[in-house]
Design a protein around this ligand. Structure first.
Ligand code: MTE
Ligand code: HPA
Ligand code: MOS
Length: 755
């Protein structure tokens, strides 16, 4: 058997022994929470009478807005979201009251006894409607470069269009949940399925009306998050915390799959109008885009998501005259939230759709148009950041050569000539994705390390493990600095008592930020161990080396290969010499700033580049399709763990493909989501994989990369999924050039585009 690369959680997951919050045995007297969810999207509350539910045998407590000891406010970016609404219901599924009982079925039955009257109001559900009423969380945002209107007028060709992309259910395997336990000294310990321990801690303390230090938030691991627990996990953790605080019992909150899918926020749908100006060659001179998103009932992360969308409205293209405008619209849907890519995929979809139109208009190959307009070193992005390591054009060339693009084109053309009811198509998408939180202050993180007396190591950081195997990457970083096997390193839970003020594990920055903080802490310990090792080496071998190398659980004096000492011996010596064997590391990503008024700055530490080319085949009679091949080229610096990165790249591609080809969220006229499980919401399965799936990871050397030369990997490859959408469109247009494929490209969408 081949030896698998080391990976902390893999074996536990495969054996089913990794622990998740609600799978742990209940504490004595633990109460289960069940909720009264609003059945309507917009209403005035007329009466909420909890008395019948309270007196139901077995019910321990029924909690609503009157019971909140602190503030009824869980808004974070803006103070707009109550924990329980007291007057106005803003979305279908909003929590109105919480019933606690030791018995789940009793709590469920008691929810039905809550006396609740309301007066329905007209809900706003669409972007158009919200925009018409100027229901924006903040005024329109703008980023401008050059003179777009003049350039549009002067350009030889001009095209325009509207691009719509849909929402997406996160479909993490572990639904939203939390368990809160009251402990002595007036503490509430919340085990939360959150990507952001700091946010949960801060907001729970606010709602309970107690200092932040009286709330502990702890996360061992998440069963997937994909952005859906960056902000949207807070409410469930706060509800558990509130229940535990008021009853002084352990309280568990756990949504069913059905509740989670119906009532929690999703990826932002976008609707964007654009105009593009270009010359006979296809060189773009002007790009004017208005991005509008459906943010749902409360702001959540909608402003940052809109901002990231605006930063990706150029994708890989240098355009001298650009105007990017953005509006985030308030509607009566559950608050839409972070989802892998965070607005980037939505914006890239727009400009790539425009590129496809240019190619069709000029009768040119879309690959040529893409290469012609790609950024070069020294170009400046619309928001003023200089592009330093532009590699998009080279990556497109690599993808073309890996996929044998010219041959592929010829074979698709001949297939289409010879088949009447089946058609093939090719789709390309290049990617440039900015790495850093666009909210600059979030780009900071801490780590704490203990080296124990036997030489084993414990690392804590603020980062949350959610399947991306951040823990393994952090252990690898510490292992490199201390020269010990990663197996000797434990990466602990994220816990606010050990690491306070941690930013969410998001924006793909988990390993950059936490890895660097851990590196800095480990370097501090190494410098102490160095002193201890020099003492030992002098005593044992009577030599005084200039340099020491920490490797293979040993410390080697440079120039004396046979005179090593063990790492553990140097640890013991350092302890006996009374040297500190614990250290704190702090990292803040350097040189980031952005002025949102001016639309200018340097929001990103660096960019990740890549490209994908897909070939599909459609059945024109049924609308079914297969992906025949996908070739991905992904540039990711010096990977800390190529196998983990491969999993991230392929997984993200599949998730992106699901978004644009099959995952369809239906909202009814009342603002209620119609999907609650996989039978009404189709996510990709193993049979949807491309028949041939090739990945080339370019292990580039980058001066801009992060810890040990690695680059972030979590989100950018999501966008490769769009290559399948464009391939489907291309197949359809081979028979009907003017056809417009709607999003997502379901069988029905393919059939209606053809008819
Ligand atoms: N991979 C798995 N298995 N599960 C997840 O929830 N989330 C993605 C990505 N990869 C996710 C994942 C998202 S949205 C982000 S931002 C990053 O992981 C976060 O982790 P990182 O910054 O450590 O890469
Ligand atoms: N990505 C993810 N989460 C965020 C960001 C971002 O760019 N900015 C603020 N929260
Ligand atoms: Mo990822 S959407 O930044 O959690």
């Amino acid at each position: 058997m081949t030896k698998l690369p080391w990976h902390i959680n893999g074996k536990l997951h495969v054996c089913g022994s990794s622990a998740f919050i609600a799978d742990e045995p209940p504490q004595k007297g633990m109460l289960h929470a069940k909720f009264l969810f609003s059945p309507v999207a917009h209403a005035r509350i007329k009466r909420l009478d909890l008395s019948k539910a309270k007196s139901f045998p077995g019910v321990h407590a029924v909690i609503s807005y009157n019971d909140i000891p602190g503030e009824n406010m869980i808004g974070h970016v803006l103070p707009d979201e109550p924990l329980f609404p007291d007057k106005t219901i803003m979305y279908c599924g909003q929590v109105l009251a919480m019933v606690l009982s030791e018995d789940e079925s009793i709590a469920e039955a008691a929810v039905k006894l809550i006396d609740f009257e309301y007066e329905e109001l007209e809900p706003i559900l669409t972007i158009d409607e919200a925009d018409r009423k100027q229901e924006w969380y903040i005024p329109e945002r703008k980023i401008e470069l050059g003179q777009v209107e003049q350039a549009l007028k002067k350009s030889a060709h001009r095209l325009q269009g509207t691009c719509i992309s849909g929402g997406q259910e996160h479909f993490y395997m572990e639904s939203q949940r939390a368990r809160a336990i009251p402990v002595d000294h007036d503490l509430i310990h919340i085990y939360s399925a959150t990507q952001s321990t700091m946010e949960v801690q801060e907001i729970a303390a606010r709602v309970l009306g107690i200092p932040v230090h009286r709330v502990i938030v702890e996360v061992f691991r998440l069963g997937g998050a994909f952005g859906g627990k960056e902000r949207a996990a807070t409410i469930w953790a706060v509800l558990a915390g509130l229940g535990a605080y008021l009853t002084q019992r352990a309280v568990q909150v756990k949504l069913s799959r059905d509740e989670d899918m119906h009532y929690t926020g999703k990826r932002h749908p976008f609707q964007s109008d654009w105009q593009i100006g270009f010359d006979d060659e296809g060189r773009i001179s002007a790009w004017d885009i208005l991005l509008r998103s459906n943010g749902g009932a409360y702001v959540d992360l909608s402003i940052a998501i809109l901002e990231r969308a605006m930063f990706h409205a150029d994708n890989i293209y240098y355009i001298p005259n650009v105007r990017i405008r953005g509006r985030a619209c308030r509607t009566n849907l559950p608050p839409n939230t972070a989802f892998r890519g965070f607005g980037g995929p939505q914006a890239i979809f727009v400009i790539e759709s425009a590129i496809e139109k240019i190619a069709a208009h000029l009768g040119k190959d879309p690959l040529e148009i893409r290469k012609l307009n790609a950024y070069h070193n020294g170009d400046v992005a619309p928001y003023g950041q200089k592009i330093k390591e532009a590699s998009a054009a080279g990556i497109l060339d690599q993808a073309a050569s890996d996929s044998n693009y010219e041959k592929l084109k010829a074979s698709v053309a001949s297939f289409n000539q010879n088949h009447r009811y089946r058609k093939q198509g090719l789709g390309i998408v290049p990617v440039k994705f900015g790495i850093s939180f666009t909210t600059a202050f979030l780009n900071q993180g801490s780590a704490m390390i203990w080296v124990y007396i036997d030489g084993s190591v414990s690392v804590s950081c603020g980062g949350v493990e959610m399947g991306q195997e951040l823990n393994t990457k952090v252990a690898i970083v510490v292992s490199k600095v201390l020269g010990v096997d990663p197996q000797r390193i434990r990466v602990e839970s994220a816990n606010t008592q050990r690491i306070g003020n941690a930013s969410p594990t998001a924006a793909s920055t988990g390993s950059d930020i936490n890895g660097n903080a851990a590196r800095i802490a480990a370097e501090k310990i190494r410098s102490k161990l160095r002193q201890a090792a020099l003492m030992l080496i002098k005593e044992r071998y009577n030599i005084i080396p200039d340099e020491l190398i920490f490797d293979h659980n040993k410390i080697f004096p440079v120039g004396f290969p046979n005179h090593s000492i063990s790492f553990a011996d140097s640890v013991k010596r350092a302890y006996h010499e009374r040297m500190p064997l614990g250290a704190y590391g702090y990292y803040a990503t350097p040189d980031l700033f952005f002025d949102s008024e001016l639309g200018e700055g340097r929001p990103f530490h660096y960019f990740v580049y890549g490209a994908a080319i897909s070939r599909v085949e459609i059945d024109m009679l049924s609308g079914e399709h297969r992906v025949l091949s996908t070739h991905i080229v992904h540039e990711n610096g010096k990977s800390l763990h190529p196998e983990i990165d491969k999993g991230q790249i392929i997984g993200a591609f599949i998730q992106g493909m699901g978004w644009c080809t099959m995952e369809e969220l239906i909202v009814d006229v009342k603002g209620q989501y119609q999907s609650g499980n996989p039978s009404t919401y189709k996510i990709p399965g193993i049979r949807d994989l491309p028949a041939q799936l090739e990945l080339r990871m370019l292990q580039s050397r980058s001066s801009e990369a992060s810890v040990f030369g690695s680059k972030a990997v979590g989100e950018p490859p999501f966008i490769y999924g769009l290559s399948v959408f464009f391939a489907l469109q291309n197949a359809i247009q081979s028979v009907k050039p003017e056809a417009e494929l709607s999003f997502p490209a379901t069988n029905e969408a393919i059939i209606s585009a053809l008819s």
